[in-house]
Design a binder for this molecule. Structure first.
Ligand code: F3S
Length: 351
């Protein structure tokens, strides 16, 4: 990949260690994927914020990196491992909380916005059509490419952070017109945010919905249809209440929108939950839910609205043995990442 004279100097360490490391990461990616050059990005969204997912090695890296790293574009953060205000109520172990707070401190020192959500496009980081961005978090990547027409590859937490420090990303993949053409036609009914998350579990970084996706270039090579039978087969992978395992009911993967919280509050009104019931969202959306009276209804029922975190990146295994979700992404990740059983169903049945 071609680097300008200024970029070469950064690579040689003339602007400090953090910028040098960031440029090394971007240059290596550019070489691997045959990018011609680096292009400017307008924002970055960084994942790998939970102590559960990055551990001591990640914390050590961030602590060292933060010594001279400063982001130079708008940079938001994915959920961390706990509700930063109510982690004790969430029953998070103290040792985990201490490490998580150290990670948060590293990001603060770098100047990252304290968003802690996987739906930055619903709060403070919503790119316009055609903007080049560098986002980690596969569900947000799918949404940004497919629903907004912004352009990002599926970055890792580290490569998105490197882009945040340099303000650029290698020009390859979904930044290029020729890679944004649909090749596979899938016939299915779903919701955009949930669909973005489910597709993001695989290798997909973009989909097109006719009449919705701002770009519509297709050169279909294969066709797949998904019917009720396929869906029912998928549901057979999950168990419900077959034994007396401690269950947690958790909504909000990706983080709930205000409309979703309104719907849940409507379902919970005048009811009492008999199991732990979590609604995961961002702090900004929770504030709106407070103002509209939805939080009060949820809390009266015994449910909890958790901010800054989600059922997958929090140490949920300390709290439950089985987690019931309405998200294909969460159902996929929970057994592997947390060692708990997952149940998958719709919101009505969860309530
Ligand atoms: Fe978001 Fe956690 Fe799901 S980060 S997409 S709620 S796994």
């Amino acid at each position: 990949m071609h680097l300008t004279t200024k970029e070469e100097k950064i690579l040689d360490g003339e602007e400090g260690k953090a910028k040098q490391k960031s440029m090394q990461i971007l240059a290596a990616l550019g070489d691997i994927y045959n990018a011609d050059k680096l292009i400017p990005v307008t924002s970055a969204h960084v994942s790998g914020v939970s102590y559960k997912t990055i551990g001591d090695a990640g914390l050590e890296f961030l602590d060292d990196f933060a010594k001279d790293a400063k982001v130079c574009v708008k940079t938001t953060l994915n959920p961390c491992g706990m509700d930063l205000k109510n982690w004790k109520k969430q029953k998070i172990p103290v040792n985990f909380a201490k490490k998580q707070l150290k990670i948060i401190d590293c990001f603060k020192r770098m100047g990252v916005e304290e968003s802690y959500t996987c739906v930055p496009y619903l709060t403070t980081n919503r790119p316009e059509f055609g903007e080049h961005i560098s986002w980690a978090e596969s569900s947000a990547v799918c949404f940004a490419n497919s629903m907004l027409g912004a352009r990002t590859n599926r970055e890792s937490g580290i490569s998105a952070l490197a882009s945040a420090i340099i303000g650029k990303t290698p020009n390859y993949g979904l930044h290029l017109d020729e890679n944004r053409i649909a090749k596979v036609e899938v016939r299915v009914d779903d919701q955009a945010k949930a669909l973005s998350a489910a597709l993001g579990v695989g290798s997909c970084g973009m989909f097109q919905i006719e009449g919705v996706t701002p770009e519509n270039a297709a050169d279909i090579e294969s066709r797949i249809s998904i019917n009720d039978g396929d869906f029912n087969d998928y549901l057979k992978n999950f168990t419900f209440n077959k034994n007396k395992k401690k269950e947690l009911i958790a909504v909000g993967c990706p983080h709930c929108s205000l409309n979703e919280i309104e719907e849940i509050a409507g379902l919970l009104k005048d009811k009492k939950v008999k199991k732990d019931f979590w609604i995961c969202t961002s702090r900004q959306i929770k504030k709106l839910a407070d103002e509209r009276g939805f939080t009060e209804i949820v809390e009266k029922s015994g449910g909890k609205i958790l901010c800054d975190t989600c059922m997958v990146v929090t140490p949920v295994e300390e709290i439950a043995e089985r987690v019931i979700v309405n998200s294909a992404k969460a159902a996929y990740y929970l057994p592997g990442l947390a060692g708990v059983e997952a149940g998958f169903t719709d919101l009505d049945e969860m309530v």
